[in-house]
Ligand binder design. Structure first.
Ligand code: UDX
Length: 434
């Protein structure tokens, strides 16, 4: 099947490469000339394990190509995916759909023959109908259907998530469109992936409801962690204890510094706004947004408390800056709240992150960026583990002790066993463990 993907950001590029790998003939389009030039030279603009090899293989096989010419790509395609950004609109938190609508207009002008236009970007309920109206207005003769097909990729595991998803959700209003979508995802029938076919609004809402539920789960366990600290309980055991109940499930119950990233913060806020404007407020999600925002700021207070109540004139060695491991994405990372708060309290921050330092430098200008974990801790008054990258999972604590002025270790991801680290002579602080 011939597929065009509009937008070579995270979702577009991963989807394009994976569809090509399924055997489809894929062309990816972007307005950003430098991005397309880079892709044509074989350079991948984002950090995602395995993506460079997958793109290279499929380009080599002739199934994946890149272009700046949207019209040309759309004209030949049977399915066109809109995978442009839907950032939070400044000021009100609604999803900004201007890129989606602009792409729809351009697609409309280029449609030739029956085309299924698919929204892959996360878009609020009703966007599909708006896209349909735009295409009809721009090109009244166009033969097309608009389908919703949300993506559930996690950064760092995106290829695996695309190729072995828990489910595929397709929101379509007619049989022709449903058949095209089934054909596109046919390779997944082999591993019996459930393909859930719904109407368009339902599919659009599934994406937001899914992300909001996961964000709620994380926020719930984070609050339980705080309670554990007051009552001498262990949040990891609480999570295991409730997670073994099949109705709850064990995933997304790791207490930490609060969720970040390109989806949860933006999508929870957008859902809150959509619900409010439809007269059906989602009080639980509103609370989740508020609690999570506050939590990120509170993490700096924890670090300050671990340092005896003041970090004035002190140096903090920070391990990890990205919102989670295996990504270079800094969007809404807890570090963006923690570092400025520590600096405001008079600390100097030395930091190391395996992939995020390039982007971090744009936002956190006063940080001393280091060459490795031990360099970041050299001469620091306390160590803080913020992102659970693998390189931070087996640290040499004797070496750390010799580098730190004070053996203070704040583990915001509960990577280490408190007993073991304390035995090594550290003043060890973690999340929700007594
Ligand atoms: C998420 C969704 O998982 C994915 O389905 C959707 O398509 C996009 O948003 P992503 O943002 O890549 O993916 O990361 P994810 O692994 O879900 O983590 C999000 C945040 O939650 C991170 O900051 C992570 O550290 C935090 N988290 C996750 C926890 O604090 N505890 C957990 O148990 C799980």
């Amino acid at each position: 099947m011939r597929v065009a993907i509009i937008g070579t950001g995270y979702v577009g590029l991963v989807s394009g490469a994976c569809f090509a790998d399924f055997g489809h003939d894929v062309i990816c389009v972007d307005k950003d000339v430098s991005k397309i030039d880079a892709l044509m030279r074989g350079e991948i603009p984002i950090y995602e394990p395995g993506l460079d090899a997958l793109v290279a293989e499929n380009v080599e096989a002739g199934r994946l190509s890149f272009t700046k010419d949207l019209g040309d790509a759309v004209k030949n395609a049977q399915a066109v995916f809109i995978a442009v950004g839907t950032p939070s609109r400044r000021g009100d938190g609604f999803a900004d759909l201007s890129y989606v609508y602009a792409a729809s207009e351009e697609i409309a002008a280029a449609i030739a023959g029956y085309t299924v236009v698919v929204t892959k970007s996360t878009v609020p309920v009703g966007t599909g109908s708006e896209v349909e109206a735009i295409i009809k207005r721009v090109n009244p003769d166009a033969d097309f259907s608009v389908v919703s097909n949300p993506e559930f990729l996690r950064e760092g595991a995106a290829i695996e998530d695309f190729k072995r998803p828990d489910r595929v959700v397709v929101g379509a209003e007619d049989e022709r469109a449903r058949n095209v979508m089934k054909e596109l995802y046919r390779p997944l029938y082999l591993n019996e992936t459930p393909i859930l076919i719904t109407n368009r609004s339902t599919s659009e809402l599934i994406k937001y409801a899914g992300n909001a539920f996961l964000a709620t789960k994380i926020t719930f366990i984070n609050e339980m962690a705080d309670l554990c600290e007051h009552v001498g309980a262990n949040v990891q055991e609480v999570a295991r204890g409730i997670g073994l109940d099949g109705r709850i499930g064990s995933k997304f119950l790791h207490a930490g510094p609060g969720y970040g990233g390109s989806c949860f913060p933006k999508d929870t806020l957008a859902l809150v706004r959509t619900a409010q404007s439809n007269g059906a407020p989602t009080k639980i999600v509103e609370a989740v947004v508020e609690v999570n925002d506050r939590r990120k700021r509170q993490m700096a207070d924890r670090i300050i408390a671990a340092c005896g109540g003041s970090v004035k004139g002190k140096t903090i060695g920070l391990l990890g800056l990205t919102f989670k491991p295996n990504t270079d994405d800094m969007r809404d990372s807890p570090s963006l709240a923690i570092v400025p708060a520590l600096e405001e309290a008079g600390a100097v921050v030395r930091a190391f992150d395996p992939a995020g330092m390039g982007e971090a430098k744009e936002h956190l200008k006063n940080v001393v960026y280091c060459d490795g974990p031990y360099d970041a801790l050299d001469g620091a008054d306390a160590a803080v583990l913020l992102t659970e990258w693998d390189v931070f999972r087996a640290l040499d604590f004797d070496r750390i002790k010799s580098l730190l002025n004070d053996p203070i270790f704040v583990d915001l991801r509960n990577v280490y066993d408190p007993g073991t680290v304390c035995t090594l002579g550290f003043d060890y602080h973690s999340i929700g463990r007594g």
